[in-house]
Design a protein around this ligand. Structure first.
Ligand SMILES: *Cc1c(COP(=O)(O)O)cnc(C)c1O
Length: 410
């Protein structure tokens, strides 16, 4: 009977998705095997264009729905062997994370990760949404740290340069079936990357094209997960924005044109109650809430909100901001209507994006329905909040500002 068949298939699928079956091995960093690269290339930090050079090693762990996680392996960086039917290739059965390893500037040789636990939580939420296996994030962090230690010479030394880490999880069974994948591969590759703020030239503000004809994410969709499926559809709109002379897409949502994200960054809008900065000016730092599933919960976003809230509560000293009582922090809808109105009154103080790649990135213009809305930018290409958050967040990433809750040594 079809009902029984369907129920049996569903229970089989559920079993496949579960990592808690007693016979299935959990991810275990102690089982790590090493197959080291006999001829690792020397580190090359010239022309560090994002994501084009890779360190000599990668980490890989296979998963099977019957046996669970296999012994992790660190091996030479190289191609995967994959069934041409693998759901990763057909149904975007895959997800990723973006993290960085930071080399201390103090000459101690220490290399740090920043809030890696947040990336692991998010990766597991993405996996659960995609029907891919979840895993013990602490074990994966141990493995990533070992990988970084092995490739430590490939963590760049220059100011603002890092080793970008790309944890990835893909569905790999040899089947075109659309069910929950019965096999998966979890891996991590590493790419030395340059300083987004290439030294000396200061900040590079970006211009945004607010588009009403394309949507990145929607309530109940997958926008709040770092699923591969979210990104292919964003590439052509991004190129169109470039062709129209803007740097990035400002993704809007809904008939009221809510501002959601910019490119692959979260968005902050700083509003003020008068048309200039003064001792008595009151500011609101606003970013979209995480309640409807359209916003990617960025680690940088959370770090900025946490720092500002701690500042407002008097729990942390931060120089360069208005008095705590003059700063409000809100997670709420901001619409294009409000942006236009507040811009006319000179009440937009600054707009910036946030994400692991750039940390923060200021906006100098928003193009919307054929009109450019100018956004204030100070002489160094930054705004007061953006500049201060850049210093406070990077200080904690590199270890210049001690922050054991957020920073851990590899
Ligand atoms: C990764 C990402 C961000 C930024 O997240 P961080 O954890 O701060 O790097 C924001 N928006 C989108 C769509 C993203 O993919």
């Amino acid at each position: 009977m079809p009902a029984i068949t369907a129920a049996a298939a569903a229970s089989q699928a559920l079993q496949a998705a579960s990592t808690s079956t007693p016979t299935m091995a959990p991810l275990n960093a102690e089982l790590l095997q090493l197959d080291l690269n006999p001829t690792p290339a020397a580190p090359d930090f010239t022309n560090l264009v994002f994501g084009q050079k890779f360190s000599p090693h990668m980490l890989i762990v296979n998963w099977n729905h019957r046996t669970g996680w296999s012994a992790p392996l660190i091996k030479p960086y190289g191609p995967l062997s994959l069934s041409p039917a693998a759901p990763a290739l057909h149904y975007a059965s895959g997800l990723f994370e973006g993290m960085k390893a930071y080399r201390s500037a103090d000459g101690s040789g220490k290399i740090r990760l920043f809030r890696a636990d947040k990336n692991m939580e998010r990766m597991n939420r993405s996996a659960a949404r995609a029907g891919l296996p979840t895993f013990d994030g602490d074990e994966f962090i141990k493995l990533i740290k070992t990988l970084v230690r092995i490739d430590r010479e490939h963590v760049p030394y220059g100011e603002g340069q890092t080793l970008y880490l790309r944890p990835t999880l893909i569905g790999t069974p040899d089947t075109l079936g659309m069910g929950v994948p019965t096999e998966a591969q979890l891996y991590c590759i590493c790419s030395p990357v340059g300083n987004y703020y290439s030294s000396g030239t200061g900040s590079k503000p970006v211009s945004l094209l607010a588009r009403t004809d394309v949507v990145r994410a929607w309530p109940g969709g997958t926008g709040c997960y770092k699923l591969a499926a979210n990104y292919a559809g964003a590439t052509r709109p991004a190129m169109d924005a470039l062709l129209e002379g803007y740097h990035q897409v400002l993704w809007l949502f809904g008939p009221d044109r809510q501002l959601t994200e910019v490119g692959a960054m979260n968005l902050f809008v700083v509003l003020r109650d008068q048309n200039a900065d003064s001792e008595t000016t009151r500011y609101e730092v606003a970013t979209a809430a995480l309640d409807d599933g359209t916003i990617l919960p960025g680690v940088t976003r959370d770090s900025i909100l946490s720092l500002l809230r701690a500042y407002k509560a008097g729990n942390v000293q931060i120089e360069g901001l208005p008095k705590p009582e003059n700063v409000e922090i809100s997670e709420r809808k901001v619409t294009m209507g409000e942006i236009i109105e507040r811009a006319q009154g000179g009440q937009i103080a600054e707009v910036f994006g946030s994400g692991t790649a750039a940390v923060v990135c200021s906006v100098d213009k928003i193009g919307f329905e054929g009109v450019d809305i100018p956004i204030p930018i100070q002489a160094d290409g930054m705004g007061m909040f953006m500049r201060t958050m850049l210093r406070e967040v990077t200080g904690r990433q590199w270890g210049a500002i001690p922050c054991p809750e957020w920073s851990s040594v590899c």
